[in-house]
Every structure is written in C-alpha cells, then in structure tokens.
Write a protein that binds this ligand. Structure first.
Ligand SMILES: Nc1ncnc2c1ncn2[C@@H]1O[C@H](COP(=O)(O)OP(=O)(O)OP(=O)(O)O)[C@@H](O)[C@H]1O
Length: 307
C-alpha cells in the first residue's frame, strides 16, 4: 500500500431506523499515525469504528482501509485489523492462556502454540497462564485484550475506549506500548474521553451527533476553534458561572478552584465583568485555550444546531 493512508474514507453514513447516527464522516489516517477519536457518549464513535473494520456495512460512503475497498473487501480488512472492543471482549471463565489460544485458533494460525507462548512472555504473564481471565485487575485485563488483538500482527489497531476505568499508571504504560507499536509502523485509531490521552495522539478527530466537527493535530484543532479563554478566580464562582451562562456567548467549565470561560475571539471578559458585575470578587486572566475548552464549545454548539 506504500504511501497510501491506512484509513481513507469519505462520506461514511449509518442510519439505525430513522436516526442517522454517523453522518457523512470522512477520515484519513496515515500509516504509523495515532489518531484520537473523541466525542461525547453516543456520538457515533463505535459505529464508525465498526464500519472501518468491516463489521458494519455503511448506508453510504466509500473508501479504503489498508489499501482494501471498504465495501467490497471487508474480509481482507478484517484479517489485517486488530479491534479492541469497549468492554472486555475475552472470556472471564477461560484462563489467560486459553483466551489467547482461542483467538489464535480463530485466525487459523499454524504456529499457534509458539505465538501464544511468545505473547505470554511479552505480557509477563507466563507464570500466571492458568489463571482465569476474570480474576485479573482492570489494567491486566486491558493488557491481555491488547495482546489478544495483536496476536495476528495487524497493520491497523482500532481501540474503542481501551483505558476506561483503568488507573493512571496502567494508562501510562498502555500509551507507552501504543507509541512503541506506532513507531514500528502500526496505525492506531483510538477512541477516548480523556484529554491527556487526546494530547498523546498525533492527530485528532472530534465527532458529535454523528458529525465530524474537527480534525487535525491538537494545535490545529485548538487554532481552528477560534476561541479565547480566561481563568476566573475568586470567591462564589458558582454565581459567576450562573451569571455568565445567562449570556449565550460564554462557555464555562469548572477547573479545580477556578472556572475557565471561553468565547469566540473578539469577546472581552474583563470588560463584560466590569459592566455586568462591577462589585464582584472575580479576577479574569487570559490563559491558553485547551482541548477540553474547545471540545465543550464544539459540543454545545452542535447541540444548539441539533435542537
Ligand atoms: N445496533 C444499533 N441499533 C440501534 N441504535 C444503535 C445501534 N448501535 C448504536 N446505536 C445508537 O447509535 C448512537 C451512536 O452510538 P455509538 O455507540 O456509535 O456512540 P459512541 O460515540 O461510541 O458512544 P460512547 O462514547 O458512549 O461509547 C447511539 O445513540 C446508540 O444508541
């Protein structure tokens, strides 16, 4: 497939009944790139991922995945893709080894024993091979699931919220592994709700209500949003948030002991406060706009349009 992107799809659309849950989505991901797929619950990430790996047929759209036609060559795509589903997709009542062996059988691997042994060694689970998968902690289950979807050495990994419910250390180890794999040429599309994980991706795609609202590097996504942000400090910030939300231009997000207030470039928060709350004990300082500020603004805006 040479210089061709690993994922190159246009106009992907999926309807369930009368609802369009993925609406005209186009995504390109280069080989070796880690693309973060973000968006609120129910925005269409899993449905898009399932169309990309040939598990779900799109109602409209076209393109190629790993050089194969998305509509006509879904079998070839499935063989070269590793898909880690949102919930632990392995069997709790099989041992670690049996789970890996089951996956190796499903791919019809001739060197099954060897592949499973190597995976157990790599995972550091060789001594615990006979332990039931259901007895593993969340972090170890996630490692096992990743090892299982890497057994057949895929060229593209589709990871659906792989680190949900996993502690920070396990998440950091996981991302280290993902970057190592990407450096070896593996392409990764990973859905996540964590902003720190979004920042670890080479590129981002943000979807809301089935529509792709932003794509690019984190810096590009922030720049395209055209927002400016202030950090507001002082007492009684709940009242500040309430007051600001009455005026549709401000997006307000609590950040520890401060609130972040974002608006389209050109708005002037200190001026607005001087006019609407001259006696209030709040100090506004301009801060760089972060990804979370952008995604909240994008989602609220999409919701306005939807309603
Ligand atoms: N098989 C199905 N039949 C009907 N509706 C479905 C089906 N699968 C998904 N949906 C709906 O499509 C919408 C998008 O779901 P999807 O799982 O793709 O979202 P998501 O972005 O992955 O959400 P989350 O972040 O919560 O995992 C949701 O409203 C969901 O209820």
């Amino acid at each position: 497939m040479n210089g061709e992107p690993a994922i190159d799809v246009r106009g992907l659309t999926k309807r369930f009944g009368r609802r369009t849950v993925v609406d005209n989505v186009s995504i390109q991901v280069a080989r070796g790139e880690i693309c973060g797929f973000l968006g609120p619950n129910g925005s269409g990430k899993t449905t898009t991922i399932r169309m990309l790996c040939g598990l779900l047929e799109p109602d409209a759209g076209e393109g190629r995945c790993l050089g194969h036609d998305l509509l006509r060559e879904s079998r070839q795509i499935k063989l070269r893709v590793g898909y880690m589903t949102q919930r632990f997709g392995l069997y709790d009542d099989l041992t670690i080894e049996e789970n890996l062996d089951f996956v190796a059988r499903a791919y019809g691997m001739p060197t099954r024993r060897q592949v499973v042994d190597q995976a157990l060694e790599r995972l550091g689970l060789a001594a615990r091979r006979a332990q039931l998968a259901g007895a593993l902690s969340g972090g170890w289950k996630q490692r096992l699931a990743l090892a299982a979807c890497m057994l057949h050495e895929p060229d593209l990994l589709l990871l659906d919220e792989p680190t949900a419910g996993v502690d920070p250390k396990a998440r950091r180890d996981f991302w280290h592994q993902i970057h190592t794999l990407a450096a070896q040429g593996l392409t990764v599309l990973v859905s996540t709700h964590y902003m720190d994980e979004a920042e670890r991706c080479h590129r981002l795609a943000y979807i809301s209500y089935g529509r792709l609202l932003a794509t690019g590097t984190a810096e590009e996504v922030i720049e395209q949003a055209g927002l400016q942000t202030w950090e507001l400090r002082g007492s009684d910030l709940a009242r500040a948030a309430e007051l600001l939300q009455q005026d549709g231009r401000w997006r307000v997000v609590a950040f520890g002991n401060a609130v972040h207030v974002s608006a389209a470039r050109g708005a002037d928060l200190p001026q607005w406060l001087a006019r609407h709350a001259p006696q209030a004990p709040w100090r506004a300082a301009a801060v760089p706009t972060g990804l979370e500020d952008v995604f909240i603004a994008l989602t609220e805006h999409a919701q306005d349009n939807f309603q």
